[in-house]
Design a protein around this ligand. Structure first.
Ligand code: DON
Length: 311
């Protein structure tokens, strides 16, 4: 059986097949050859390899956290009045279905239209409060204060015409709540939250264990919401590659255009890791759909080697 270290190296070699995201200029400055991996199990054992000290922005991975937090605070029933739970098969920033469906309700919270709507539902009197509440929620899970990458945040604000179009369209259909520019500001900020693979894998571990951190026994969200979030990650988390990813990897996962992937797994002995497992990979060279080339390759290979697929 090949080691995890072997798969890290093999996958990193394929990063040359991808490119850093260019539509957010600051993301284009990332080093495309980088690759980092963290796996953490329910006993706190970790596997770390590659450029693990590099911080990267969550981008679309933040959609999982904002969805969970909105459901926890506002209830699942309330959130589902505004966003559906159906995959689209379209690109993450697609706008086309907003006109073709009754009421213009976004298909799911993992695409931009859905995530911007979710951001508008977050609790708080103003943009600062809304963002702070979300950061507090995430900060407790990773055990340290959350900060954003100012350069990436500002870079996205300047180039976000597509997201502005989506948000104003949602507002015109009475789906997006509140002031459009404030909502977008909170959305850009949560996309620009910085993490390392280590802190991201910890969130994966909590998801894997249905909302409870198995190391501290602290509950952060309900089992019901955890199940919904994982179902959405599996069916919609890798955008219009979600079907292929479910077929060939079979792990609930969420990607971001900065090159991160968050996954949840379970195994009796994954190179010494046991039980519930959180996985995070970071490789900024992405494919045309927006998913990390090295990250997908790594997850595909270890899924086959260790029979990790949930199916
Ligand atoms: O809204 C955007 O376009 C970015 N802040 C996030 C998109 C993203 O990560 C899609 N990922 N594959």
């Amino acid at each position: 059986m090949a080691s995890l270290e072997y798969y890290v190296q093999e996958s990193q070699n394929l990063a040359v097949l991808g490119e850093t995201a260019s539509y957010i200029p600051a993301l284009d400055e990332q080093d495309p050859s980088q690759f980092a991996v963290c796996l953490i199990d329910e006993n706190g054992n970790q596997f770390l390899a590659g450029d693990t000290s590099t911080s990267f922005t969550l981008q679309s991975i933040s959609k999982v956290i904002s969805f969970i937090y909105a459901c926890e605070e506002m209830t699942l029933d309330y959130v589902l009045q505004y966003v559906d739970v159906e995959p689209t098969g379209d690109s993450f920033n697609s706008i086309i279905r907003l006109e073709n469906t009754e009421f213009g309700k976004p298909f799911n919270p993992m695409i931009n239209a859905g995530a911007i709507t979710i951001t508008s539902l977050l609790p708080g009197q103003n943009r600062e409060e809304k963002f702070q509440h979300l950061c507090d929620f995430m900060g407790k899970m990773i055990g340290k204060p959350v900060k954003i990458n100012q350069e990436v945040y500002e870079s996205e604000i300047k180039t976000a015409d597509r997201n502005r179009s989506i948000a104003y369209y949602l507002k015109s259909n009475h789906i997006l709540q509140g002031d459009v520019e404030s909502v977008l500001d909170v959305y850009f900020r949560h996309c620009a939250i910085e993490v390392t693979v280590e802190s991201l894998a910890r969130i994966g571990l909590i998801l894997s264990n249905d909302g409870v951190d198995p190391i501290t026994n602290e509950r952060f969200f309900s089992k019901e919401i955890s199940k919904v979030a994982k179902a959405l990650m599996l069916t919609c988390g890798m955008y219009n590659a979600s079907g292929k990813f479910a077929t060939f990897v079979g792990l609930p996962s969420k990607s971001g255009v900065s090159g991160g992937i968050l996954s949840v797994a379970e195994h009796e002995d994954l190179q010494g890791l046991q039980g519930k497992i959180g996985i995070a990979t970071f490789g900024p060279a992405i494919d045309p759909i927006g998913n990390s080339v090295a990250g997908i390759e790594f997850l595909k290979r270890i899924s086959i080697e260790y029979d990790l697929s949930i199916f």
